[in-house]
Design a binder for this molecule. Structure first.
Ligand code: UT7
Length: 337
Protein backbone atom coordinates (compact mmCIF):
# COMPACT_ATOMS: atom_id res chain seq x y z
CA UNK A 1 0.00 0.00 0.00
CA UNK A 2 2.49 2.69 -1.00
CA UNK A 3 1.40 6.16 0.05
CA UNK A 4 1.95 7.53 -3.45
CA UNK A 5 -0.90 5.41 -4.95
CA UNK A 6 -4.04 7.48 -4.49
CA UNK A 7 -4.93 9.32 -1.31
CA UNK A 8 -2.74 8.93 1.75
CA UNK A 9 -3.96 8.26 5.30
CA UNK A 10 -2.99 11.22 7.47
CA UNK A 11 -2.83 11.07 11.28
CA UNK A 12 -5.08 13.80 12.70
CA UNK A 13 -6.06 12.61 16.19
CA UNK A 14 -4.74 10.41 18.98
CA UNK A 15 -6.09 9.28 22.35
CA UNK A 16 -5.38 6.63 24.97
CA UNK A 17 -6.91 5.10 28.04
CA UNK A 18 -5.50 2.87 30.77
CA UNK A 19 -7.54 1.17 33.48
CA UNK A 20 -6.80 2.93 36.77
CA UNK A 21 -5.58 -0.10 38.76
CA UNK A 22 -1.77 -0.18 38.92
CA UNK A 23 -0.11 -3.54 39.66
CA UNK A 24 3.53 -3.17 40.65
CA UNK A 25 6.22 -5.84 40.56
CA UNK A 26 6.12 -5.92 44.35
CA UNK A 27 2.36 -6.61 44.17
CA UNK A 28 3.10 -9.64 41.96
CA UNK A 29 5.93 -10.77 44.26
CA UNK A 30 3.43 -10.99 47.13
CA UNK A 31 1.59 -13.89 45.44
CA UNK A 32 4.07 -15.36 42.93
CA UNK A 33 7.63 -16.64 43.15
CA UNK A 34 9.19 -13.57 41.59
CA UNK A 35 10.92 -10.33 42.57
CA UNK A 36 10.87 -6.72 41.48
CA UNK A 37 14.57 -7.10 40.72
CA UNK A 38 14.04 -10.10 38.35
CA UNK A 39 11.23 -8.42 36.45
CA UNK A 40 13.03 -5.06 36.16
CA UNK A 41 16.36 -6.51 35.04
CA UNK A 42 14.92 -9.14 32.62
CA UNK A 43 12.17 -6.97 31.12
CA UNK A 44 12.51 -3.31 32.18
CA UNK A 45 8.90 -3.38 33.46
CA UNK A 46 8.10 -1.72 36.81
CA UNK A 47 4.31 -1.78 36.73
CA UNK A 48 1.32 -2.47 34.49
CA UNK A 49 -2.40 -1.64 34.49
CA UNK A 50 -5.06 -4.32 35.00
CA UNK A 51 -8.82 -4.03 34.50
CA UNK A 52 -11.23 -4.18 37.41
CA UNK A 53 -14.29 -6.45 37.47
CA UNK A 54 -16.98 -5.14 35.14
CA UNK A 55 -14.51 -3.80 32.58
CA UNK A 56 -13.71 -5.43 29.24
CA UNK A 57 -11.88 -4.58 26.04
CA UNK A 58 -14.77 -2.43 24.80
CA UNK A 59 -14.58 -0.29 27.97
CA UNK A 60 -11.00 0.63 27.15
CA UNK A 61 -11.64 0.96 23.41
CA UNK A 62 -14.54 3.39 23.89
CA UNK A 63 -12.52 5.60 26.26
CA UNK A 64 -9.49 5.73 23.94
CA UNK A 65 -11.68 6.14 20.85
CA UNK A 66 -13.57 9.08 22.38
CA UNK A 67 -10.27 10.81 23.22
CA UNK A 68 -8.92 10.26 19.69
CA UNK A 69 -12.10 11.69 18.15
CA UNK A 70 -11.87 14.73 20.45
CA UNK A 71 -8.22 15.17 19.53
CA UNK A 72 -9.15 15.10 15.82
CA UNK A 73 -11.70 17.89 16.36
CA UNK A 74 -14.57 15.91 14.83
CA UNK A 75 -16.69 12.84 15.52
CA UNK A 76 -17.22 12.40 11.79
CA UNK A 77 -15.75 9.02 10.76
CA UNK A 78 -16.89 6.52 8.15
CA UNK A 79 -15.03 3.39 9.32
CA UNK A 80 -14.08 1.97 12.72
CA UNK A 81 -11.42 -0.73 13.10
CA UNK A 82 -10.69 -2.31 16.48
CA UNK A 83 -7.42 -4.24 16.59
CA UNK A 84 -7.75 -6.76 19.42
CA UNK A 85 -7.01 -10.36 20.37
CA UNK A 86 -9.22 -10.18 23.46
CA UNK A 87 -12.64 -9.22 22.06
CA UNK A 88 -15.54 -8.88 24.50
CA UNK A 89 -16.99 -12.14 23.06
CA UNK A 90 -15.86 -14.78 20.51
CA UNK A 91 -18.90 -13.60 18.52
CA UNK A 92 -19.89 -10.90 17.59
CA UNK A 93 -16.89 -8.69 16.93
CA UNK A 94 -16.31 -5.85 19.39
CA UNK A 95 -16.04 -2.95 16.91
CA UNK A 96 -19.79 -2.52 16.19
CA UNK A 97 -20.50 -2.23 19.93
CA UNK A 98 -17.63 0.23 20.36
CA UNK A 99 -18.86 2.29 17.39
CA UNK A 100 -22.40 2.29 18.81
CA UNK A 101 -21.22 3.48 22.24
CA UNK A 102 -19.24 6.26 20.54
CA UNK A 103 -22.41 7.48 18.81
CA UNK A 104 -21.35 5.98 15.48
CA UNK A 105 -24.20 3.48 14.98
CA UNK A 106 -24.45 2.56 11.30
CA UNK A 107 -20.79 3.19 10.49
CA UNK A 108 -18.96 0.09 9.15
CA UNK A 109 -16.97 -1.47 11.96
CA UNK A 110 -14.86 -4.62 12.23
CA UNK A 111 -12.26 -6.27 14.44
CA UNK A 112 -8.79 -7.13 13.25
CA UNK A 113 -6.75 -9.80 15.05
CA UNK A 114 -3.03 -9.66 14.40
CA UNK A 115 -2.11 -9.74 18.11
CA UNK A 116 0.79 -7.38 18.93
CA UNK A 117 1.17 -6.41 15.26
CA UNK A 118 -2.57 -5.67 15.13
CA UNK A 119 -2.36 -1.90 15.34
CA UNK A 120 0.06 -1.59 12.41
CA UNK A 121 -2.04 -4.06 10.38
CA UNK A 122 -5.11 -1.93 11.22
CA UNK A 123 -3.32 1.25 10.12
CA UNK A 124 -2.44 -0.46 6.81
CA UNK A 125 -6.03 -1.63 6.40
CA UNK A 126 -7.36 1.87 7.09
CA UNK A 127 -4.83 3.35 4.66
CA UNK A 128 -6.01 0.87 2.02
CA UNK A 129 -9.65 1.90 2.52
CA UNK A 130 -8.67 5.56 2.22
CA UNK A 131 -6.53 4.95 -0.90
CA UNK A 132 -9.40 2.98 -2.48
CA UNK A 133 -11.88 5.76 -1.72
CA UNK A 134 -14.07 3.52 0.46
CA UNK A 135 -13.40 5.64 3.57
CA UNK A 136 -12.34 9.23 4.19
CA UNK A 137 -11.94 9.32 8.00
CA UNK A 138 -11.13 6.18 9.95
CA UNK A 139 -11.03 5.58 13.70
CA UNK A 140 -8.39 2.92 14.39
CA UNK A 141 -8.35 1.55 17.94
CA UNK A 142 -5.87 -0.89 19.48
CA UNK A 143 -7.35 -2.34 22.66
CA UNK A 144 -6.53 -5.43 24.66
CA UNK A 145 -7.24 -6.87 28.09
CA UNK A 146 -4.62 -9.56 27.74
CA UNK A 147 -4.50 -10.16 31.50
CA UNK A 148 -7.86 -11.94 31.04
CA UNK A 149 -6.22 -14.79 29.06
CA UNK A 150 -3.16 -15.25 31.29
CA UNK A 151 -2.71 -18.10 33.74
CA UNK A 152 -2.64 -16.14 37.00
CA UNK A 153 -0.01 -18.60 38.33
CA UNK A 154 2.36 -18.14 35.36
CA UNK A 155 4.94 -15.71 36.74
CA UNK A 156 6.56 -15.14 33.35
CA UNK A 157 3.52 -13.97 31.37
CA UNK A 158 1.83 -12.25 34.33
CA UNK A 159 4.98 -10.16 34.75
CA UNK A 160 5.08 -8.86 31.19
CA UNK A 161 1.50 -8.20 30.03
CA UNK A 162 -0.85 -5.35 30.95
CA UNK A 163 -4.20 -3.96 29.77
CA UNK A 164 -4.73 -0.73 27.79
CA UNK A 165 -6.05 1.01 24.70
CA UNK A 166 -4.89 3.63 22.22
CA UNK A 167 -6.58 5.07 19.18
CA UNK A 168 -5.93 7.35 16.22
CA UNK A 169 -8.04 9.10 13.61
CA UNK A 170 -6.78 8.97 10.03
CA UNK A 171 -8.14 11.28 7.33
CA UNK A 172 -7.71 11.27 3.57
CA UNK A 173 -4.88 13.56 2.51
CA UNK A 174 -1.73 13.63 0.44
CA UNK A 175 1.53 11.71 0.85
CA UNK A 176 3.62 14.87 1.29
CA UNK A 177 1.66 16.13 4.34
CA UNK A 178 2.98 15.74 7.89
CA UNK A 179 1.14 12.78 9.43
CA UNK A 180 0.87 10.82 6.15
CA UNK A 181 1.43 7.13 6.84
CA UNK A 182 3.38 4.79 4.65
CA UNK A 183 4.75 2.93 2.97
CA UNK A 184 4.09 -0.21 5.00
CA UNK A 185 5.93 -3.49 5.44
CA UNK A 186 3.79 -6.38 6.74
CA UNK A 187 4.67 -10.05 7.15
CA UNK A 188 3.80 -13.32 8.86
CA UNK A 189 5.24 -16.76 9.58
CA UNK A 190 2.63 -19.29 10.67
CA UNK A 191 5.22 -22.06 11.01
CA UNK A 192 5.85 -20.65 14.51
CA UNK A 193 2.21 -20.25 15.52
CA UNK A 194 2.79 -22.44 18.59
CA UNK A 195 5.33 -20.06 20.18
CA UNK A 196 2.60 -17.77 21.52
CA UNK A 197 -0.79 -19.42 21.69
CA UNK A 198 -4.07 -19.81 23.56
CA UNK A 199 -4.70 -23.44 22.47
CA UNK A 200 -8.38 -23.68 23.48
CA UNK A 201 -11.50 -21.66 22.75
CA UNK A 202 -11.35 -21.86 18.95
CA UNK A 203 -12.78 -24.25 16.36
CA UNK A 204 -9.79 -26.59 16.44
CA UNK A 205 -10.21 -27.45 20.11
CA UNK A 206 -14.02 -27.40 20.03
CA UNK A 207 -14.07 -29.57 16.90
CA UNK A 208 -11.59 -32.09 18.31
CA UNK A 209 -14.19 -33.95 20.35
CA UNK A 210 -11.57 -34.28 23.09
CA UNK A 211 -12.12 -33.14 26.67
CA UNK A 212 -10.85 -29.64 27.38
CA UNK A 213 -7.50 -29.41 29.15
CA UNK A 214 -8.04 -26.50 31.60
CA UNK A 215 -4.45 -25.31 31.01
CA UNK A 216 -5.25 -24.73 27.34
CA UNK A 217 -7.62 -21.83 28.00
CA UNK A 218 -4.60 -19.74 29.02
CA UNK A 219 -1.97 -18.01 26.94
CA UNK A 220 1.26 -20.03 26.60
CA UNK A 221 4.55 -18.53 25.45
CA UNK A 222 8.01 -19.91 24.66
CA UNK A 223 9.88 -16.77 25.72
CA UNK A 224 13.38 -17.18 24.31
CA UNK A 225 12.56 -17.99 20.65
CA UNK A 226 9.92 -15.27 20.79
CA UNK A 227 12.57 -12.84 22.03
CA UNK A 228 14.94 -13.77 19.17
CA UNK A 229 12.19 -13.53 16.55
CA UNK A 230 11.01 -10.18 17.91
CA UNK A 231 14.49 -8.70 17.54
CA UNK A 232 15.11 -10.14 14.06
CA UNK A 233 11.68 -9.46 12.59
CA UNK A 234 11.39 -5.87 13.85
CA UNK A 235 14.96 -5.07 12.71
CA UNK A 236 14.39 -6.57 9.24
CA UNK A 237 10.97 -4.97 8.82
CA UNK A 238 12.34 -1.57 9.90
CA UNK A 239 15.07 -1.90 7.26
CA UNK A 240 12.54 -2.81 4.54
CA UNK A 241 10.18 0.05 5.30
CA UNK A 242 13.05 2.55 5.34
CA UNK A 243 14.17 1.31 1.94
CA UNK A 244 10.62 1.64 0.57
CA UNK A 245 10.28 5.13 2.03
CA UNK A 246 13.66 6.21 0.66
CA UNK A 247 14.78 7.21 4.18
CA UNK A 248 18.22 6.48 5.62
CA UNK A 249 18.48 5.15 9.16
CA UNK A 250 20.07 8.46 10.22
CA UNK A 251 16.97 10.32 8.93
CA UNK A 252 14.81 8.70 11.64
CA UNK A 253 14.38 10.88 14.75
CA UNK A 254 12.37 8.37 16.79
CA UNK A 255 11.84 4.60 16.65
CA UNK A 256 8.50 3.46 18.13
CA UNK A 257 8.90 -0.32 18.55
CA UNK A 258 6.37 -2.71 20.04
CA UNK A 259 6.86 -2.50 23.80
CA UNK A 260 7.36 -6.06 25.03
CA UNK A 261 10.68 -6.05 26.85
CA UNK A 262 13.29 -3.29 27.28
CA UNK A 263 16.01 -5.80 26.34
CA UNK A 264 14.27 -6.46 23.01
CA UNK A 265 14.26 -2.69 22.36
CA UNK A 266 17.99 -2.45 23.15
CA UNK A 267 18.75 -5.39 20.86
CA UNK A 268 16.79 -3.82 17.99
CA UNK A 269 18.70 -0.55 18.51
CA UNK A 270 22.00 -2.48 18.41
CA UNK A 271 20.95 -4.31 15.22
CA UNK A 272 19.98 -1.04 13.54
CA UNK A 273 23.12 0.66 14.93
CA UNK A 274 21.18 3.54 16.47
CA UNK A 275 21.54 5.18 19.89
CA UNK A 276 18.95 4.06 22.40
CA UNK A 277 17.96 7.69 23.04
CA UNK A 278 16.19 7.61 19.67
CA UNK A 279 13.86 4.86 20.97
CA UNK A 280 10.60 5.87 22.62
CA UNK A 281 9.88 3.71 25.67
CA UNK A 282 6.97 3.24 28.08
CA UNK A 283 7.23 -0.51 28.70
CA UNK A 284 8.41 0.31 32.25
CA UNK A 285 4.97 1.80 33.06
CA UNK A 286 2.54 -0.33 31.03
CA UNK A 287 4.26 -3.62 30.13
CA UNK A 288 3.17 -5.35 26.93
CA UNK A 289 -0.31 -4.06 26.04
CA UNK A 290 -0.54 -6.07 22.77
CA UNK A 291 -2.54 -4.10 20.13
CA UNK A 292 -2.50 -0.97 22.32
CA UNK A 293 1.28 -0.89 22.56
CA UNK A 294 2.09 1.30 19.53
CA UNK A 295 -0.54 4.05 20.02
CA UNK A 296 0.22 4.16 23.76
CA UNK A 297 3.95 4.65 23.27
CA UNK A 298 3.42 7.23 20.51
CA UNK A 299 0.95 9.22 22.61
CA UNK A 300 3.10 9.01 25.75
CA UNK A 301 6.18 10.17 23.85
CA UNK A 302 4.26 13.04 22.23
CA UNK A 303 2.81 14.10 25.61
CA UNK A 304 6.31 14.07 27.12
CA UNK A 305 7.74 16.14 24.25
CA UNK A 306 9.97 13.26 23.21
CA UNK A 307 8.22 13.15 19.83
CA UNK A 308 7.55 16.64 18.41
CA UNK A 309 5.99 17.87 15.15
CA UNK A 310 8.42 17.38 12.28
CA UNK A 311 10.08 14.32 13.79
CA UNK A 312 10.54 11.44 11.38
CA UNK A 313 9.10 8.45 13.19
CA UNK A 314 9.49 4.76 12.34
CA UNK A 315 6.89 2.40 13.84
CA UNK A 316 7.59 -1.34 14.02
CA UNK A 317 5.73 -4.15 15.74
CA UNK A 318 5.90 -7.90 16.23
CA UNK A 319 3.74 -10.53 17.87
CA UNK A 320 2.05 -13.92 17.90
CA UNK A 321 1.22 -15.49 14.58
CA UNK A 322 4.00 -14.77 14.04
CA UNK A 323 3.17 -11.42 12.53
CA UNK A 324 5.00 -8.14 12.13
CA UNK A 325 4.58 -4.77 10.49
CA UNK A 326 6.20 -1.36 10.12
CA UNK A 327 5.43 2.06 8.74
CA UNK A 328 6.83 5.60 8.82
CA UNK A 329 5.42 9.09 9.23
CA UNK A 330 6.46 12.65 9.90
CA UNK A 331 4.83 13.61 13.20
CA UNK A 332 2.11 16.23 12.64
CA UNK A 333 0.77 19.02 14.88
CA UNK A 334 -1.83 17.28 17.06
CA UNK A 335 -4.11 18.10 19.98
CA UNK A 336 -3.33 15.25 22.37
CA UNK A 337 -6.46 13.45 23.58
O1 UT7 B 1 4.68 -9.36 21.95
C1 UT7 B 1 5.51 -10.46 21.94
C2 UT7 B 1 5.25 -11.14 23.23
N1 UT7 B 1 6.29 -11.63 24.02
C3 UT7 B 1 7.57 -11.25 24.07
O2 UT7 B 1 8.07 -10.43 23.38
C4 UT7 B 1 8.38 -11.96 25.12
C5 UT7 B 1 9.77 -12.27 24.63
N2 UT7 B 1 10.52 -12.97 25.65
C6 UT7 B 1 10.99 -12.36 26.76
O3 UT7 B 1 10.77 -11.18 26.94
C7 UT7 B 1 11.80 -13.15 27.73
O4 UT7 B 1 12.12 -14.42 27.16
C8 UT7 B 1 11.07 -13.36 29.08
C9 UT7 B 1 10.98 -12.05 29.84
C10 UT7 B 1 9.68 -13.92 28.86
C11 UT7 B 1 11.84 -14.34 29.96
O5 UT7 B 1 13.17 -13.84 30.16
P1 UT7 B 1 14.43 -14.79 29.92
O6 UT7 B 1 15.59 -14.01 30.28
O7 UT7 B 1 14.32 -15.32 28.52
O8 UT7 B 1 14.18 -15.91 30.99
P2 UT7 B 1 14.05 -17.50 30.76
O9 UT7 B 1 12.74 -17.82 30.15
O10 UT7 B 1 15.30 -18.03 30.15
O11 UT7 B 1 14.03 -17.97 32.26
C12 UT7 B 1 15.20 -17.86 33.10
C13 UT7 B 1 14.78 -18.25 34.50
C14 UT7 B 1 13.97 -19.55 34.55
O12 UT7 B 1 14.34 -20.25 35.72
P3 UT7 B 1 15.36 -21.49 35.64
O13 UT7 B 1 14.70 -22.48 34.73
O14 UT7 B 1 16.63 -20.92 35.07
O15 UT7 B 1 15.46 -21.92 37.06
C15 UT7 B 1 12.55 -19.06 34.69
O16 UT7 B 1 11.73 -20.00 35.34
O17 UT7 B 1 13.94 -17.22 35.04
C16 UT7 B 1 12.75 -17.83 35.55
N3 UT7 B 1 11.66 -16.88 35.49
C17 UT7 B 1 11.39 -16.03 36.49
N4 UT7 B 1 11.98 -15.83 37.67
C18 UT7 B 1 11.46 -14.88 38.47
C19 UT7 B 1 10.78 -16.68 34.49
N5 UT7 B 1 9.93 -15.69 34.82
C20 UT7 B 1 10.27 -15.27 36.05
C21 UT7 B 1 9.78 -14.30 36.94
N6 UT7 B 1 10.40 -14.14 38.13
N7 UT7 B 1 8.72 -13.51 36.62
Amino acid sequence: MPADHGLAAVLCGIGTWLPPRVVTNDDLAQRLETTDEWIRTRTGIRERRVIDPGMSTSTLAVEAGARALKSSGSTDVDLVIVATTTPDHPCPSTAPEVAHRLGLTGVPAFDLNAVCAGFVYALASAAGHIAAGSATRVLVIGADTFTTVLNPEDRTTVAIFGDGAGAVVLRAGTADEPGALGPFDLGSDGSHSDLLIVPAGGSQQRGSGLPLDPADVHFQMDGQPVFRNAVTRMSESAGKVLQRAGWRIEDVDRFACHQANARILSAVARNLEVDEDRLVVNVDRVGNTVAASIPLVLADAAAAGDIVPGHRVLVTSFGAGLGWGSTVLIWPELELG
